[in-house]
Ligand binder design. Structure first.
Ligand code: SAM
Length: 408
């Protein structure tokens, strides 16, 4: 059957794909319909055709699912930020778990015996984000990108329910022509700065109350009673409400022992390594962003931790040196960006062979790819614990434990 643009079709949604779109079929044609739920019967208009599937726009819900709820944001569906506000929160978690299992099967070649634990929910499902990036508009207001707009269309918005601050930033008084406005909260006072499209900071940070420039040394995040100082424009986990759970899972999976050497690869300002430093003999942290390493070292000093060594280098070069010098690692934590591990990093870890490898990922597809490589090299993928760090969106985090037994 061939469908054309603007055709109206009626179909049953049989799944929710990674990314959030509902999936249905008419004969052999696969059709993606955003903002729908498994079990629903919907009317949709075909808007785009790809080689093997179609994209459609939801026109009407003929048979709604009992999991359907009223979205709480008036920008939902026009803003590209959230994908799941129309689904009751518990069911969002079940849908994401299923997506993870499907990805592990399809992209990693794992079967149903793989242990995927139930997703840990976020204690706060709104007001959990500690940062928003706002785009400048021609009319001098700030806003978000409209979903799927090409060329990019920016709509002005009064507030984002996911952000910790509920102020209206659309008419923010500070401006930097053509630059994005980043507003961030931390355990101290909120602040903002300007950056370009390539993530290069142009000016700031500014205090949100006084609109005056501040010293970035004041930016810190309190986690489980510990203060982590951080560069104002550097990476920090976005959801403080679930961070203690994330750290607990990583610690449980790492099972640190007093005799252990632990590597915290992609360490940022050293949160994971420093949280476990008192449980191991030695921590090695590596991170490519020099500024983050300055702060990781500062955090170790402030916490009076003297068994943690942090290096500003790429994981590729750093781990290669460990291979060359035959450094023994008992526990290796990796927390790479969404594109996962490079072949060089995988290859070095396979040579170092840490008995416990804890992989923290926000990109399930690249994780599945990397997991297959470790399993093919003799590692056992013991379990995966997903966590909902980003409620109402398509994104989630996972922590996986791999073990390597030299004698088996
Ligand atoms: C997902 S963040 C994790 C940070 C840290 N584990 C945390 O939770 O705060 C990934 C980090 O990897 C760093 N990074 C990116 N590419 C890298 C590379 N090739 N080698 C080392 N670090 C890298 C980024 O600067 C970023 O801080």
């Amino acid at each position: 059957m061939k469908l054309n643009k603007e055709d109206i079709v009626e179909l049953e949604i049989t799944d929710i794909a990674f990314g959030g779109d509902g999936v249905g079929r008419i004969d052999e044609c696969v059709i993606f319909v955003p903002f729908t739920i498994t079990g629903e019967v919907v009317k949709a208009e075909i808007i785009r055709r790809k080689k093997r599937f179609y994209f459609a726009k939801l026109i009407d819900i003929i048979k709604p699912a009992d999991k359907r709820v009223e979205p709480f944001c008036k920008y939902y569906q026009s803003c590209g930020g959230c994908q799941y506000q129309h689904i009751d929160y518990t069911h969002q978690l079940r849908a994401l778990e299923k997506q993870l299992r499907d990805i592990m099967t399809r992209l990693g070649g794992f079967d149903d015996s793989l242990t995927i634990l139930p997703m840990i929910p976020s204690k706060n499902t709104t007001g959990y984000r500690n940062r928003i990036d706002l785009h400048p508009r021609d009319d001098d207001e700030y806003g978000f990108c409209a979903k799927g707009s090409r060329p990019r269309e920016i709509f002005s918005l009064e507030k984002c329910h996911l952000f910790e601050l509920q102020d209206n930033f659309s008419k923010f008084p500070l401006r930097s022509p053509g630059k994005l406005l980043v507003v961030r909260t931390h355990s101290g006072k909120p602040y903002c700065y300007f950056k370009d499209d390539h993530n290069i900071v142009c000016s700031g940070p500014y205090d949100l109350e006084t609109m005056t420039e501040i010293k970035d040394e004041s930016v810190y995040y309190e986690v489980n009673g510990k203060k982590f100082f951080s560069p104002y424009s550097g990476f920090f986990q976005v959801n403080k409400f679930i961070l203690p759970d994330l750290i607990q899972i990583i610690t449980d999976f790492a099972a640190p022992k007093k005799s252990d050497v632990l590597a915290d690869v992609y360490c940022g300002v050293g949160v994971f390594g420093l949280m476990m430093a008192d449980k191991v003999k030695q921590v090695y942290g590596v991170e490519s962003l020099k500024q983050s390493i300055v702060y990781a070292k500062r955090n170790a000093v402030e916490m009076k931790i003297d068994n943690a060594e942090f290096t500003a280098e790429t994981a590729e070069i750093y781990l290669r040196r460990f291979v060359d010098q035959s450094v023994k690692i008992d526990v290796c934590i990796v927390d790479p960006p969404r594109n996962g591990l490079t072949n060089k990093v995988v290859s070095s870890i396979k040579k170092i062979k840490p008995p416990r490898l804890v992989y923290v990922s926000c990109g399930p597809a690249t994780f599945a790819r990397d997991a297959r490589k470790f399993v093919d090299a003799g590692y056992t993928l013991e379990k995966i614990q997903p966590l909902d760090l980003f409620p109402h969106t398509k994104h989630f985090e996972l922590v996986a434990l791999f073990s390597f037994n030299e004698n088996s």
